[in-house]
Design a binder for this molecule. Structure first.
Ligand code: PLP
Length: 395
């Protein structure tokens, strides 16, 4: 059995997305800037994809900028808002300690350019409140950037309440919605979102393509200079197959959102209930305000990396921390942000489901994961110290 339970890292492409893309590789491969018919077929596809993505977000097609993915969209949103703020002497940005590195590292760069950044602490359940955002806003705040849902622990933020307090104080609000798009209802107008990032490969679309939505009137700064593509805001020949595949995948995900969420939530809750039986473990993230496919646990006395390798041998693809941090010895900044001690944060396991996972797969994981945890603990010196009383259990 091969079970893919790492959909927060990336997803398998859907048949719909692949088939939508093929004509734009084989037949209509033209450059949309070309005047001939092969180019114009590509230009038409680009416009249709823009309309389709805009409709899925409740946006206007002119508010959609295609990018190379979620990271680029996050970079461009923050740099743009920073430049707009700096013109008015506003150089303070608010975010949280548990954002994706695409946001956190861009904020570091902004700091080196004279911006001041406040990273709000995150509660144990992985949620920041609108009141805390409101309290952090200053007269010189130009941007609040807070993710829609966390990629590691799945916690969903109170986006509408946060955008409301930002607008009461005249501050732009950006959200990294890479984990939310296609999985949670998004309407940028109703939710009053000024800027939003998404990435196709997190909802069964292709890798290397994403969107930056920016409300009309928000002047974007270029990250990539060159030709006049994307209204002059993002140079480079458009990735037509990727953009077409993304639009098809997003449309499909939004069409089936309710039934997919119900299926994934049932599997998620069965996994959580089963894994909670493992002693000295704890669920990370909020129980209710949680992405339908996210399961994240800490198990005391084990190393996440060893757990992943053994699970892989049993055919289970999972993750520990985020893909960017695995391979390094630093534990996940997200788990540290919600207050897990270093030792505990090292023993984490994330399972992220999609609509194609089955109940039989969940049963198999519930049969194998406790055995692997037991086995690793039986060899762990830390576990020995814990069970002999030499060290105190934290979970
Ligand atoms: C995956 C991810 C990104 C990065 O998107 P890419 O398209 O891989 O650049 C950014 N933010 C979050 C929350 C993500 O999960």
């Amino acid at each position: 059995m091969q079970i893919y339970a790492d959909n927060a890292a990336t997803t398998k492409m859907s048949r719909t997305a692949i088939e939508a893309m093929l004509p734009y590789m084989e037949t209509y491969f033209g450059n949309p800037s070309s005047l001939h018919s092969v180019g114009q077929a590509a230009a038409e596809a680009l416009q249709k994809a823009r309309e389709s993505v805009a409709a899925a977000l409740g946006a206007d097609p002119r508010e959609i900028t295609f990018t190379s993915g979620g990271s680029e969209a996050d970079n461009q949103a923050i740099v743009s808002a920073g430049n707009l703020g700096a013109k008015k002497g506003k150089k303070h940005i608010i975010s949280t300690a548990f954002e994706h590195h695409a946001v956190l590292h861009t904020l570091k760069k902004m700091e080196s350019q004279g911006f001041e950044v406040t990273l709000l602490p995150v509660h144990e359940n992985g949620i920041v409140t609108a009141e805390e955002v409101a309290a952090a806003i200053r007269p010189d705040t130009c941007l609040v950037t807070i993710m829609f849902a966390n990629n590691e622990i799945g916690s969903i933020q109170p986006i509408e309440a946060i955008s409301r307090v930002c607008h009461e104080k005249g501050v732009l609000f950006h959200t990294d919605a890479v984990q939310a798009a296609g999985h949670l209802p998004i309407n940028v107008k109703e939710q009053e979102i000024d800027m939003l990032s998404l990435s196709a490969h997190k909802f069964h679309g292709p890798k290397g393509v994403g969107v930056l939505y920016a409300r009309r009137g928000i002047a974007l700064s270029n990250i990539i200079e060159g030709g006049a593509q994307e209204r002059g805001k993002r140079a480079g020949t458009e990735n037509i197959p990727g953009i077409v595949g993304m639009a098809a995948a997003l449309h499909e995900a939004c069409t089936h959102m309710t039934e997919n969420a119900a299926h994934m939530t049932a599997l998620r809750d069965k996994l959580i209930a089963g894994l909670e039986k493992i002693p000295h473990g704890a669920l990370n993230g909020d129980r209710a305000n949680r992405l339908p496919g996210n399961i994240n646990f800490c198990f005391e006395g084990i190393e996440g990396e060893s757990l992943l390798l053994l699970l892989d041998q049993k055919g289970i693809c999972a993750s520990s921390g985020s893909a960017c941090t695995s391979g390094s010895l630093e534990p996940s900044h997200v788990l540290l942000a919600i207050g897990r001690p270093h030792e505990v944060a090292h023993g984490s396991l994330r399972l992220s489901l999609c609509e194609w996972n089955t109940e039989a797969e969940v049963d198999y994981m519930l049969q194998e994961i406790p055995k692997v945890v037991d086995y690793l603990r039986s060899m762990s010196p830390v576990w020995k110290d814990l069970t002999s009383g030499k060290k105190k259990f934290m979970l």
